[in-house]
Design a protein around this ligand. Structure first.
Ligand code: ADP
Length: 446
């Protein structure tokens, strides 16, 4: 019940974390799309009205008898709006002077008379507003027609008597621009909505993907802690039992209890090894253990490392054979590479029996240097090969216990290989046994 609650708690925490990731991503997407929409809106809308504005300004220059500025572009703008532009003339009292249906107010020649009179009636509804002189102003008539207007006072000195001393309003019909803006607004809104929907799905998928490595490492951490606790408990229980047993014979001499003491000491040694392995792996997880490279003359170094193993192998009636064809001085972490070779040679000794062969080879192949540890021992099945580098993975737990293994050796070896940017491969030896081939890039010492 308790453990259930414990596993539920992180699940709840993960769900919460995933939810916040989802919300964060969704808000980011929304902010990006909104900014994009605003930029498009701010750029596109004025662009639509650009030629209208320019045309109106040119027309004002013409009316005021000035030379239009802006070159051919302004001329084009002027022409493009001329057919839908009217000039309204007001007196000082705001009375429209040229708004007579019988006296067309502009150069509109197309359309029927009925159309024209309707149009003029529409224009008649536009009122002079002296407060917004010389300013572009949008006017909407009957909620149907849109106009952009510019009103200004024409001085009495103006040669054109129709305008001199009056207020002139240039009125350009902007119905087509308004429709374009409306269509653009609609397209923009739907596009944004569509992308927001896509971003909801995307945020959900991304949040799940982002959570995956966190959950994986949490699961691995939990397994690691559980396995470590289990591994630590076994020797501790044995030591406790032995001590309790010795306490039941208080009058015994040490010599009477040597077996119990030896076994307890063995377990203490095991605990010692286990804790230092665990510490090393925990530190490597948090990147606290650093690799300290130094220039190492490989041949004497390797000879030195393997030397005790030929003696141990001989004492166990196993054949040990080594070939070291690596004469360079390389930049490596001496202590870690030593530890790495020890792990593989220890394993080769542990998983072979009397009469078996163990061989160690070091050589250069291309721009890599290779270590190869081969044995003719019990071998590894294809199903076990991919897992042996996992923490606490042991093919045969009871056998490992006898040999003193805790299933951490190859995990440490893998970490050392990775930290030297190396690779490792496991193949079968003939007729039986295993070959571990480790390769590293040549990092020559300077
Ligand atoms: P252990 O301390 O148990 O040896 P390792 O991490 O070094 O742990 O190895 C993991 C497992 O891989 C071992 O328990 C063993 O089953 C298998 N193994 C490792 N080296 C060899 C080998 N040379 N031959 C056969 N099996 C091996």
């Amino acid at each position: 019940m308790d453990t259930k609650n414990h596993s539920k708690q992180p699940q709840h925490a993960f769900a919460k974390q995933q939810w916040w990731l989802f919300v964060g991503e969704l808000v980011s997407f929304a902010a990006i799309f909104l900014t994009m929409a605003l930029i498009l809106w701010r750029v596109f809308q004025p662009a639509i009205y650009q030629s209208v504005n320019q045309g109106i300004r040119v027309q004002r220059q013409v009316i005021l008898g000035k030379q239009p500025t802006g070159g051919p572009a302004s001329q084009d703008a002027y022409c493009s709006i001329a057919f839908r532009t009217s000039i309204l003339v007001y007196n000082d009292h705001g009375q429209l002077l040229n708004g007579n249906v019988n006296r067309p107010v502009n150069n509109q020649t197309s359309g029927t008379n009925a159309d024209q009179s309707k149009y003029i009636k529409t224009l008649q509804q536009i009122k002079l507003r002296k407060t917004s002189l010389n300013m572009l102003r949008d006017v909407r008539v009957n909620n149907q027609n849109s106009f952009r207007t510019l009103t200004f006072y024409v001085p009495e000195s103006n040669p054109n008597l129709a305008y001199a001393g009056y207020y002139v309003m240039i009125v350009t019909n902007t119905d087509s621009e308004r429709v374009s803006v409306q269509i653009f607004k609609r397209v923009l809104t739907w596009t944004m909505l569509f992308f927001w929907l896509v971003s909801i799905v995307l945020s959900y998928v991304l949040a799940r993907l982002n959570m995956r490595p966190i959950m994986r490492s949490w699961r691995r951490q939990r397994e690691f802690v559980a396995n470590a606790a289990h591994e630590l408990r076994t020797p501790l229980t044995i030591i406790q039992n032995k001590l309790e047993l010795m306490l039941t014979h208080p009058n015994d001499k040490i010599v009477d209890q040597t077996e119990q003491i030896t076994m307890s000491l063995g377990e203490v040694r095991r605990l010692n090894g286990l804790t230092s392995d665990l510490l090393l792996l925990a530190r490597s997880d948090s990147d606290m253990t650093q690799i300290n490279t130094e220039a190492v003359a490989m041949k004497p170094f390797l000879e030195n490392v393997i030397q005790p193993y030929s003696e141990i192998a001989a004492s166990q009636d196993k054949h040990f054979d080594s070939t070291i064809d690596l004469t360079q001085t390389l930049s490596i972490d001496r202590q870690r590479i030593h530890q790495l070779i020890v792990i593989f040679l220890d394993n080769a000794l542990k998983y072979t029996t009397t009469g078996n062969d163990i061989s160690f080879t070091a050589k250069q192949v291309g721009n890599r240097w290779i270590l190869r540890v081969a044995d003719t021992g019990i071998g590894l099945s294809d199903a076990d090969k991919p897992h042996v580098f996992e923490r606490f993975y042991r093919v045969d737990k009871s056998r490992s216990r006898q040999t003193g293994g805790n299933g951490l050796g190859l995990s440490i070896a893998k970490w050392i290989i990775d930290s030297h940017k190396g690779r490792v491969a496991i193949t079968d030896n003939t007729p039986t046994g295993t070959i571990f081939t480790i390769s590293f890039p040549m990092t020559k010492a300077k």
